[in-house]
Write a protein that binds this ligand. Structure first.
Ligand code: NAP
Length: 290
C-alpha cells in the first residue's frame, strides 16, 4: 500500500513508520526540524511543496500526525500555531482530495471541555484551549471537504520516542535522577501506548473503515495515579512523585480535567482493545530500544 506519513519524526509518526514498514507497505515519511536520514523534509505551511510531494508519491493513504503538539506553546502563540496546525493541515487536506487519497488525521480528547469524561465519539465537543480549538477546526475541515478519511482522537501517548518528549519518558528520567516531579491528581485521562495507536491505525485502514474513532488505552486514571504506576513498573522511587492540583501548576493553557475516552466503537469494529496501563508500560519497558 503506497503510504505517506507527514510528521514521521514525531512520537506517533515514527511508530506509524515502523508498523507500516513491518507490514510491507511502500512508505515515505517526512520530518520538519528533527532530521532523520530515511525521511524527506516537509513543512506543511508550504502549500506548493505539500502538493508536489503528494502528487509525486501518489499515496493511497496519507497519515497526518504533524501538528504543533505543545499545548502551552499553542496557547501563547495562537497565530503561529493556527498557521501551522490549521492552514498547514488544510494544505494536506486539499492535496489529499485532489489525488483521492484517504487521510488519517490525529485529533485529541482536548476537543472536549473535561466536565464529564470519559467521552465517546457522539459526545458534544467544547474545547477550552487554543490547541483543542485548532484540533476541532481541522476535524471540521476534514469532515466538510473529504469523503474518505479517518479522524482518530488520541490522548496521553507514551512509548519509545527518539525525541524523548512524552510524559512517561521524561518522568522515568527525572525519577532516575531523583528529581521531584509534581503531577496533577485532578487531570483524568486514558494513557495509551503509542505502538497500539500505530497498530489500530493500520487495522482501521486495512479494514477500510471511515470516520471518527476514539483510540485510547482501556484505563481512565489520573495523571498522578499513572505516574505512580510508572514508578512501580520501572522500579523507581515513588516518593519523588508529588501530587498537586492543576491550578497550582500554573499551566499556560487550560486543561480539560475530567477527560479520557471510551473506545467501544473501536473495540467492536476491530474486535480488539488497546492495552491497559500496566500491560502497556511493561511492553514499553521490554521494548528493545528502551
Ligand atoms: N502525544 C500525545 O499525548 C497526544 C495526545 C493527543 C493528540 N496528539 C496528537 O497526535 C499527533 C501526533 O502526536 P505526537 O506526540 O507524535 O507529536 P510530536 O511528537 O510532536 O510530532 C509532531 C510531528 O509533526 C511534525 N511537524 C511539526 N510542525 C510541522 C510543520 N510545520 N510541518 C511539517 N511537520 C511538522 C514534527 O516534525 P519535527 O519533529 O521533525 O519538527 C513531528 O514529526 C499530533 O497531532 C498531536 O497533537 C498527541
Amino acid at each position: 500500500m503506497k503510504t505517506l506519513i507527514i510528521g514521521a519524526s514525531g512520537l506517533v509518526g515514527y511508530h506509524l513508520l515502523q508498523t507500516t514498514k513491518s507490514r510491507g507497505w511502500d512508505v515515505t515519511g517526512t520530518y520538519h526540524n528533527y532530521q532523520l536520514p530515511e525521511l524527506s523534509p516537509l513543512e506543511t505551511i508550504q502549500e506548493q511543496k505539500v502538493r508536489s510531494l503528494i502528487f509525486q508519491i501518489q499515496p493511497e493513504i496519507i497519515f497526518l500526525p504533524a501538528f504543533l503538539s505543545n499545548v502551552n506553546y499553542c496557547e501563547t502563540n495562537s497565530e503561529e500555531s493556527h498557521l501551522i496546525n490549521v492552514e498547514g493541515s488544510l494544505n494536506v487536506i486539499k492535496a489529499s482530495k485532489e489525488i483521492g487519497a484517504k487521510l488519517v488525521f490525529y485529533s485529541s480528547d482536548y476537543v472536549f471541555d473535561g466536565q464529564s469524561g470519559p467521552y465517546k465519539e457522539t459526545d458534544l465537543v467544547n474545547p477550552i484551549c487554543v490547541y483543542g480549538k485548532q484540533k476541532l477546526e481541522v476535524e471540521n475541515l476534514i469532515t466538510k471537504l473529504l469523503d474518505d478519511y479517518l479522524l482518530l482522537r488520541i490522548t496521553v501517548v507514551y512509548g519509545y520516542e527518539l525525541q524523548g518528549k512524552n510524559f512517561v519518558t521524561r518522568l522515568i528520567k527525572s525519577l532516575q535522577n531523583k528529581e521531584i516531579v509534581k503531577v496533577p491528581m485532578d487531570q483524568i485521562g486514558s494513557p495509551t501506548l503509542v505502538n497500539d495507536i500505530a497498530e489500530a491505525s493500520c487495522r482501521l485502514v486495512e479494514t477500510k473503515q471511515q470516520g471518527l474513532f476514539h483510540v485510547a488505552g482501556v484505563d481512565v486514571i489520573s495523571r498522578y495515579d499513572f505516574a505512580l504506576k510508572v514508578a512501580d513498573v520501572f522500579n523507581l522511587d515513588c516518593q519523588y512523585v508529588i501530587p498537586i492540583d492543576t491550578p497550582s501548576l500554573h499551566q499556560l493553557a487550560p486543561r480539560p480535567l475530567k477527560a479520557g475516552m471510551i473506545c467501544d466503537k473501536l473495540s467492536s469494529t476491530l474486535n480488539w482493545n488497546l492495552k491497559g496501563t500496566i500491560e502497556g508500560l511493561n511492553f514499553y519497558g521490554n521494548d528493545e530500544k528502551f
